[in-house]
Design a protein around this ligand. Structure first.
Ligand code: 13P
Length: 249
């Protein structure tokens, strides 16, 4: 019922030449599946959004930004995401929460502004290693989901994708086991059911992120509540990203 969704978060990698070459290869290798049986998106660095969107203009691969600001216009640089071809935007990625220091309140404003501006936000949530070790995963994720979506009515929530990215698994080579990930995805879906309703919770896509690679993607995707992945490092290699897309179809 939920269409699988694989998104690549390139973070601060590639350049003007390699960003376009990378999406050309991904588009070519996913021609038969992207858009039809799976949603595929790439989130390049801001400075290459336009070039990447142009290179993908005749493909079904969507473009997303790695962040968004909550004001529509004015003296705020770099927020013209729709204009440069974005459909998706990440909100509250762990690197913004923990390196830049973004609060749930700020992330909530971004999610709301993204929806109001016609973008589809991907709200990232996930616990730190010490939080997992202290058995606080559910508590942390509950706070991030509830506060991240605060004030948004059910109709708006249809635009949202959730990405569960345990911080200890990001860029570390450590991946949550399929069972660990499924447990949290199931928890998030039930939480969404309580916050909204069961039907809506059953429709929202929940992606897993954190060291997703071609060799662990299929096991993760086979879990009932894992609807796709948000891929960092492996999304920078066309063959690896294509293998992950294939594993999710
Ligand atoms: P890695 O796949 O490199 O662990 O990164 C995950 C991530 O942060 C995607 O947003």
């Amino acid at each position: 019922m939920r269409k699988p969704f694989v998104a690549g978060n390139w973070k601060m990698n590639t350049d003007s030449h390699t960003s376009v070459k990378l999406v050309e290869r991904i588009a070519c290798g996913s021609e038969e599946t992207a858009g039809q049986s799976i949603t595929v998106a790439v989130c390049p660095p801001f400075v290459y959004l336009q070039a990447v969107a142009k290179a993908l203009s005749s493909s079904s691969i969507a473009v997303g930004s790695q962040d968004v600001y909550f004001e529509r216009e004015g003296a705020f640089t770099g927020e013209m995401l729709k204009d440069v071809g974005c459909s998706y935007c990440l909100c509250g990625h762990s690197e913004r929460r923990h390196v830049i220091g973004e609060s749930d309140e700020l992330i909530n404003k971004k999610v709301a502004a993204a929806i109001a501006g016609g973008l589809l936000p991907i709200l990232c949530v996930g616990e730190l290693l010490e939080e997992r070790e202290a058995s606080q995963t559910n508590e942390v994720v509950t706070r991030q989901v509830k506060e991240g979506l605060a004030g948004l009515i059910a109709e708006k929530i249809q635009a949202v994708t959730i990405a569960y990215e345990p911080v200890w698994a990001i860029g570390t080579g450590l991946t949550a086991t399929p069972e660990q990930a499924q447990e949290v995805h199931d928890f998030i879906r039930k939480l969404l059911g309580q916050m909204y309703n069961k039907k809506l919770a059953g429709e929202i896509r929940i992606l897993y992120g954190g060291s997703v690679k071609p060799d662990n993607a299929a096991d993760l995707m086979s879990q009932k509540d894992i609807d796709g992945s948000l891929v960092g490092g492996a999304s920078l290699k066309a063959d690896d990203f294509l293998a992950i897309i294939q594993a999710a179809v």
